[in-house]
Write a protein that binds this ligand. Structure first.
Ligand code: PGA
Length: 256
């Protein structure tokens, strides 16, 4: 397929300035993939600056975990625009993480708007999609994922997925230690690729689809060697440099 894997660390609401910087430096030292795998660290906004300094001179990129849905400057107290994230050195921004959707009530339409502003600022959006346990039990996985993808396609057009990343994160697998089986994840990834392929087959072939949800060194090989899994979005396991490095190295070994 020729898709370069991406392994993204996401630290959630963890760490302070000092140890965020230290962890970023440890990760840079431990990850030895050169440019065969794309890697990035997405800390909380207030840690972006120190992590950027720690990543300077390395191949690892910086990303953010959230972005304001409005562009330009204005009266949006507490928000951070896509332009500001780009100015702070970000290449990636996560949009629509399940915690944003479920805890902060972000709708599909709002997530799509965030995707749009990220693209406009030339950031690479990492669009998270995924079903809850209940939705899976009710056999609604495909319906939910379609709704989440269609909201973006409707607002931005299918072409917006060029230079974007989609992360499939089953909600029941995030932070629970209970990852999807590689077969389950592959089935969903193939569905997502086919869905986007209905609009543009070539674009879909090149689109990077990450898996997220309890990825760890023990299950990474089985996941990353699936045909349609192009890397991972890593929460818990990215808080330890050696584990995150192991995941990056596994992604490198599993390259198609
Ligand atoms: P986890 O987190 O790797 O700890 O399950 C994934 C996520 O929050 O996206």
């Amino acid at each position: 397929m020729g898709r370069k894997p991406l392994v993204a660390a996401k630290w959630k609401m963890h760490r302070n300035l000092e140890n965020a910087e230290a962890l970023a430096r440890e990760i840079v030292d431990a990850v030895k993939v050169g440019d065969t795998v794309d890697t990035c660290i997405c800390p909380v906004h207030v840690h972006l600056h120190v992590v950027r300094e720690a990543l300077r001179g390395s191949e690892m990129a910086l990303g953010a975990q959230n972005v304001c849905d409005q562009t330009g400057e204005g009266a949006f107290t507490g928000e951070v625009s896509a332009e500001m994230l780009a100015d702070a050195g970000c290449r990636y921004v996560i949009v629509g993480h399940s915690e944003r959707r479920s805890i902060y009530g972000e709708s599909d339409a709002l997530v799509a708007q965030k995707f749009a502003v990220a693209k406009a600022a030339e950031l690479v959006p990492i669009l998270c999609v995924g079903e809850t346990e209940e939705e899976r039990e009710q056999d609604k996985t495909r319906t939910v994922l379609s709704r989440q993808i269609d909201a973006v396609t409707r607002l931005c057009g299918a072409q917006a997925f060029a230079e974007a990343v989609v992360a499939y994160e089953p909600v029941w697998a995030i932070g629970t230690g209970k990852s999807a089986t590689p077969e389950m994840a592959q089935e969903v990834h193939a569905f997502l690729r086919a869905k986007i392929g209905e609009q543009d087959g070539i674009l879909a072939t090149h689109l990077r689809l990450l898996y997220g949800g309890s990825v760890k060194p023990e299950n990474a090989e089985a996941l990353f060697s699936q045909a349609d899994i192009d890397g991972g979005l890593i929460g818990g396991a990215s808080l330890e440099a050696s584990k995150f490095a192991a995941l990056c190295h596994t992604a490198d070994e599993c390259r198609a």
